[in-house]
Design a protein around this ligand. Structure first.
Ligand code: MN
Length: 733
């Protein structure tokens, strides 16, 4: 663990900074860095950190951390100045004058971000997070400086009071360590996580630290032994390789214990071995040597060289089982890959100007890794709800990913646990919206099942398919989640619109107002004004959602309107409530579309929210799903006197004989009923006839059923919920 350099004088820290700069910059402008140091030291002169040391120590150490990532000179200068505008009298204009536009812009962004405070209020937190991510996404250097700033603050956090320490540690785990992971800066990520872990779960942290320290000699012996064997064997094959072993960082051990429900003692891979070789070819050859020595554990080999992670991480990973039976993880990579994994790709091409325009092939691959940044920018314009944005960014900042293939061999990256639905949406939104199933490695599989790295996935689509709410339980990617949500939102709007339309019409009719005339009249405008809605559609949707109560609105509207004018809309005759609702007068009644009750049939009513009473057949299977408390007694007003017909769905199965269909339809029309829909299929020797018949009452239906049963070729007749697949889906909701 890094200790705060509390007793070190600022000049010494500055000396170290100069050394560090010279270690990776060709010809660093030392005069400029010195000027920045003087400037910052002067402005921060009377300030002290919570620890009591001079404030200037902090910006200098931040700059030192940044030298590990090999950032450019402007970032170093900006790091030294990063708190001056925020905390001292220094102005942006002065900085611009002394250090130029580039530095000033960086300092300005950093100042703005530091003003964003994360408080417990979830909504504000989300909105602030959005602001911060967007500010950082504009220039990657801002993220890097912010990360270094946070790392130094975490290293020196002990001086703060407990509540503040916890808040900062939580925020760091939520935002900064995922960002470090995304940028592939594992050196900073691991240190941040361990520092946070120590603050948030001190007991567990010390337990793990102690246990690792306790067996230190034993473990060092183990590290030496395995390391030596690997080293000797590689040498025997002529490799110049550097072998090292180290314990994994504490937070990753803790996470493994929590995620897999393991005790510390049950975790075998507390150590990882690393083999660093000279070339990519050597990586694969060294892997061969390791696998020849010890048996590889199936399913644990990962080739991040052929398929780098989104953050450009490259390495071969394998877990082998030693003769003792204990598994050991081995990572094999080149020196360049190693440096990149510790301090990220920052050293290469990720400065402002390079994001978005690629000059060489190498740059292209670097820039591809910042697709997620571009994605973030896109989301922030698409996702208006800050919480959805926060969720999207958080989900996609997490590191674990798998690689799967399209049938054409294209690689698709998915988060661990991703399903074929995620895959489908990654290929194309339209594929996602229409997916009905997936072939994984040629076999038809549930599209809700998690897919594995290396699987070849082919999506089966159907033009009739639509996403449903359940899908949200089976997706991992933000892209899929957002697309499904926006689809469902649109659909809900549509449903609310038609529901609202129905409510409104019923309400008007029950007051004896002619609907069509009313809708075309100028009255609508004044109604909208009262409702504070912009259009009739919006008003109807508001009725459908239950946001506005149509009855109350009309009451108010009509009481505002001079009595004479209501007469403009004559009573319409179409309103005929055929249902008596116990204890209620003048109530809106709907017939449930799942069972379509017929007059004379035993029925049950349910009080709904904003839609009056829905009437089901007493025998309808949905009745058992309904809330008993909302049940209400209903009865048919007059069984046989009305002429209005109800849709009724029946299915007749028969032997596939000539003339059967004609016989059935004859029976139906002879009974005085109309067929409104028919669907006939034959299969082997039987035929299935689905009909929707307009039926006046139960008696008529019973008569028809009896007559159809008497037809010789008929095997069975049943009453059904709905006639075809199309209408079945329509009524499910
Ligand atoms: Mn700072």
């Amino acid at each position: 663990m890094n200790k705060p350099h509390s007793s070190v004088a600022p000049d010494e820290i500055f000396e170290r900074l100069k050394q560090n700069l010279m270690s990776y910059m060709h010809d660093p402008d030392i005069a400029l860095v010195t000027a920045a140091y003087r400037f910052s030291a002067t402005y921060h002169a009377d300030q002290k950190r919570a620890s009591g040391e001079p404030y200037i120590v902090h910006p200098l150490e931040v700059a030192n951390i940044l030298t590990l990532i090999k950032v450019d000179m402007a970032s170093i200068i900006a790091a030294i100045l990063h708190d001056t505008v925020e905390d001292t009298d220094a102005t942006l204009a002065t900085i611009k004058q002394e250090f130029g536009d580039d530095v000033a812009t960086l300092v300005d962004s950093l100042t703005k971000i530091s003003k964003i405070k994360f408080r417990s209020n979830q909504e504000r937190l989300a909105e602030n997070f959005r602001k911060m991510v967007v500010a950082m996404a504009k220039d990657l250097r801002v993220i890097l400086i912010k990360l270094a700033d946070r790392l130094h603050n975490m290293r020196t956090i002990e001086a703060l009071e407990e509540r503040k320490r916890h808040r900062i540690a939580n925020e760091t785990l939520d935002i900064y360590s995922p960002l470090a992971t995304r940028l592939g800066i594992y050196g900073i990520k691991s240190e941040l996580e361990d520092l946070c872990f120590r603050q948030l779960k001190y007991d567990l942290y010390s337990e793990i630290a102690q246990k690792i320290a306790l067996k230190k000699t034993e473990r060092q012996g183990f590290i030496d032994e395995v390391g030596d064997v690997l080293d000797q064997e590689l040498r025997r094959y002529g490799f110049t390789a550097k072998v090292s072993g180290r314990p994994k960082h504490f937070y990753s051990i803790y996470k493994k214990m929590v995620d897999r429900g393991l005790k510390f003692e049950d975790i075998h891979d507390l150590f990882a071995f690393r083999i660093i070789v000279n070339s990519i070819k050597d990586c694969y050859e060294a892997l061969g040597v390791v696998h020849a020595m010890w048996k590889p554990m199936p399913g644990r080999f990962k080739d991040y060289i052929a398929m780098p992670k989104a953050n450009l991480y490259q390495s071969l990973h394998t877990t082998v089982i030693r003769p003792s039976g204990k598994p050991v993880e081995v990572q094999i990579r080149t020196r360049e890959m190693h440096e990149q994994s510790e301090y990220g790709v920052a050293a290469h091409a990720l400065y402002k100007d390079n994001v978005g325009k690629a000059s060489s092939e190498k740059d292209k691959s670097d820039i591809r890794s910042f697709d997620w940044l571009r994605q973030i920018m896109q989301w922030q314009s698409e996702l208006k709800d800050p919480e959805e944005f926060l969720e999207a960014v958080r989900v996609d900042l997490f590191e674990e990913e798998i690689f799967v293939f399209t049938p054409h061999g294209d690689v698709i990256r998915l988060p661990l646990g991703g399903t074929a639905i995620d895959f489908a949406f990654s290929v194309h939104s339209d594929v996602g919206l229409r997916c009905v199933g997936a072939k994984v490695n040629g076999r038809l599989t549930s599209f809700k099942k998690a897919i594995k790295s290396g699987d070849i996935v082919e999506i089966v689509t159907s033009p009739n398919q639509k996403p449903n709410k359940d899908w949200l339980n089976y997706v991992q990617t933000s892209k899929a989640r957002n697309k499904i949500r926006s689809f469902l939102r649109g659909e809900k709007r549509e449903r609310s619109l038609s529901m609202g339309n129905e409510i409104f019409r019923n309400e008007l009719q029950s007051r004896g107002i002619d609907v069509e005339k009313f809708l075309k009249s100028k009255e609508i405008a004044s109604l909208l004004k009262i409702a504070k809605e912009n259009s009739l559609n919006e008003l109807l949707i508001a009725f459908g959602y239950g946001k506005i109560n149509a009855k109350r609105l009309l009451d108010r509207f009509l009481s505002d309107t001079p009595t004479g004018e209501v007469a403009v809309f004559p009573v319409s005759k179409s309103k005929q409530t055929r249902i008596l609702v116990s204890g209620l007068d003048d109530v809106l009644v709907n017939f449930a579309r799942c069972c379509n009750p017929l007059p004379g049939e035993e029925i049950i009513g349910f009080v709904t929210r904003g839609r009056g009473v829905t009437v089901h057949r007493a025998a309808c299977s949905r009745v058992f799903e309904m809330d008993v408390l909302r049940r209400i007694n209903v009865a048919w007003k007059d069984d046989n006197s009305t002429t209005k017909s109800h849709p009724c769905y029946i299915r007749v199965s028969s032997y596939d004989k000539k003339g059967v269909l004609a016989e059935i339809t004859n029976v139906i029309s002879a009974a005085g009923a109309n067929i409104t829909e028919a669907n006939i299929r034959s299969q082997d020797l039987t035929a299935v006839h689905d009909f929707c018949i307009a039926i006046a009452n139960m008696q008529q239906l019973q008569e028809i059923i009896k007559k159809i049963e008497m037809i010789e070729a008929v095997i069975k007749i049943e009453r059904r919920s709905l006639v075809s697949a199309k209408s079945r889906r329509g009524a499910k909701r």
